[in-house]
Design a protein around this ligand. Structure first.
Ligand code: HEM
Length: 482
């Protein structure tokens, strides 16, 4: 009754709920997209729901995406929305535990370490890790077999990202002494901690211990490098960050380098493992896409399949289309949040969002909307064929069914936009393209007999994962050594 009687016409409609504090927490948490779609139908593109006592105003559609992503920092603040989840995991003084202008500088520092030159060096390293995994993992023993992707892919993405971006020492530590630590730290990166940051959960004590031990791993590497015990034989992110200085003249401290490295490890690991897993599952469900990918490898690398190189990756249009399509159907991050700092008018509406609210964008909703993508629910990488150049060059690109803006007011923004936009997009593409190419060269795969569809999404994690075990059957391509 309260909700009906005290409805303010200048505030977005509140999603109906029975229990004041709980609000829509359970229904949102279990199936966020179903919740968003139902609310959109009932209330339109702008509505407020209660997430454990917090008022979350969701703004859907391309305009809603723009509203959140393009918000000024004085109006919309990311650190207040995320810090209690990320700071205990990443460590102090970086990302959301520092003033926003420092994060902007840290992102620039990280970008310095993501150049064409580094990517050229990374492709063979990533490829070697994947091949080594095929040779040593019991999941890939023999000529045919089955692999639970939920177990195998997190290992594979961790090895490939750590060997390339993180550097050789981190890669070695993560299989030996530090494997459990990474696991403990990772357990702290869950929605439970986002929802109940104050709860003294047992895994939080482990998380804090693991955070300190992981930071020490990086600090020891930095100390060895500074003392000259390790010379710079390879380019990696640690070397890059060790040489950076803030505009204020202060250099990035060793502790901040360590914490930035943990942030990069976490940001990249979850998103890439979810994307690689969904890719392999959809390929298993669609042999015609596997064939197109294999044919492309032969076309670009010759029938003897010359080694993968960074330069050649950009010629793999089909691989890139597959990645784009996976990120349309399964964007790893379903909810982007900001804390409102001053009352904010939502353009084209009468609504003013009070400063007690949070705002939430869900670009995955518009990416799966029939208004912008024909047969939006279907995984169809061929829909991007012929539009590759448009996406790179044009302000607006046309998929053959209406113009879609490439700017912030776009229905397709898997890497976000504006000041908090992802810096890892190119690295993710290099990592994913190398992993997918190496898989396709080596194997043909299929879903288990009798299973027609890819598994359902499991929303119990920070990213939209495939429900475990995400089993796929594989068969080695005849006589291939690649
Ligand atoms: C930010 C997605 C991979 C590092 C973001 C954001 C999205 C995103 C949507 C914006 C978050 C917001 O506005 O609140 C993805 C996807 C990836 C991916 C889909 C892979 C498929 C990576 C990788 C790295 C990385 C590999 C590191 C190498 C970051 C960083 C930010 C970010 C540092 C900036 C956060 C901020 O400014 O607040 N990513 N990401 N991401 N991502 Fe990624």
């Amino acid at each position: 009754l309260n909700q009906l009687l005290f409805k303010d016409p200048n505030q977005p409609p509140v999603v109906f709920h029975w229990f004041p504090f709980l609000g829509s927490t359970v229904i949102y948490g279990m199936e966020p997209y179903k919740f968003f779609n139902n609310c959109q139908e009932k209330y339109g593109d702008v509505f407020t729901f209660i997430l454990l006592g917090r008022k979350m105003t969701v703004t859907l559609g391309p305009k809603g995406n723009e509203f959140v992503f393009n918000g000024k920092h004085a109006d919309l603040c990311a650190e207040e929305a995320y810090t209690h989840l990320t700071t205990p995991v990443f460590g102090s003084g970086v990302v959301y535990d520092c003033p926003n202008h420092m994060l902007m500088e840290q992102k620039k520092f990280m970008k310095f370490g993501l150049t064409t030159e580094t990517f050229k060096a990374y492709v063979p390293l990533i490829k070697d890790e994947v091949v080594n995994y095929f040779q040593t993992s019991p999941f890939f023993d023999g000529q045919t077999g089955r692999v639970p992707l939920s177990t195998a892919i997190p290992q594979l993405t961790l090895f490939t990202a750590s060997r390339s971006l993180q550097g050789r020492e981190v890669r070695e530590a993560l299989t030996t002494t530090h494997a459990d630590l990474f696991h403990d730290l990772d357990m702290g990166f869950t929605p439970v901690n986002f929802m109940f940051p104050w709860l003294p959960l047992p895994h939080n004590a482990k998380r804090d211990k693991a955070q300190r031990a992981m930071a020490k791993l990086y600090l020891d590497i930095i100390a060895r490098r500074k003392s000259g015990q390790e010379s710079q034989t390879e380019i990696d992110m640690i070397w890059n960050l060790m040489n950076r200085t803030y505009k204020s003249g202060e250099s990035l401290s060793d502790l901040h380098v360590a914490h930035c490295m943990i942030a990069l490890l976490m940001a990249g690991q979850h998103t890439s493992m979810a994307t690689s897993t969904w890719t392999l599952l959809h390929l298993a469900a669609k042999p015609e896409v596997q064939k197109a990918l294999y044919d492309e490898q032969i076309k670009v690398f010759g029938k003897d399949l010359a080694p993968l190189t960074y330069e050649k990756l950009s010629e793999l249009k089909m691989v890139n289309n597959v990645i784009k399509e996976i990120l349309r159907v399964h964007p790893p991050l379903h909810s982007i949040m900001r804390k409102v700092k001053s009352p904010l008018h939502v353009p084209d509406t009468n609504f003013v969002i009070p400063s007690t609210h949070y705002v939430m964008a869900a670009p995955g909703v518009s990416a799966m909307d029939e208004k912008y993508f024909k047969n939006a629910k279907e995984f169809d990488p061929f829909r991007w064929v012929g539009h590759e150049a448009d996406e790179d060059n044009a302000e607006k690109f046309d998929f053959g069914f209406g113009l879609v803006s490439k700017g912030t007011a776009s229905p397709y923004l898997p890497f976000g936009a504006g000041r908090h936009r992802c810096i890892g997009e190119q690295f993710a593409n290099v990592q994913l393209a190398t992993i997918i190419s190496t898989f396709v060269r080596e194997f043909e795969f299929s879903l288990p007999p009798g299973q027609k569809n890819v598994p359902l999404v499991d929303y119990n994690s920070m990213v939209a994962l495939a429900t475990a075990p995400a089993m796929v059957h594989w068969k080695r391509r005849g006589g291939s050594n690649h």
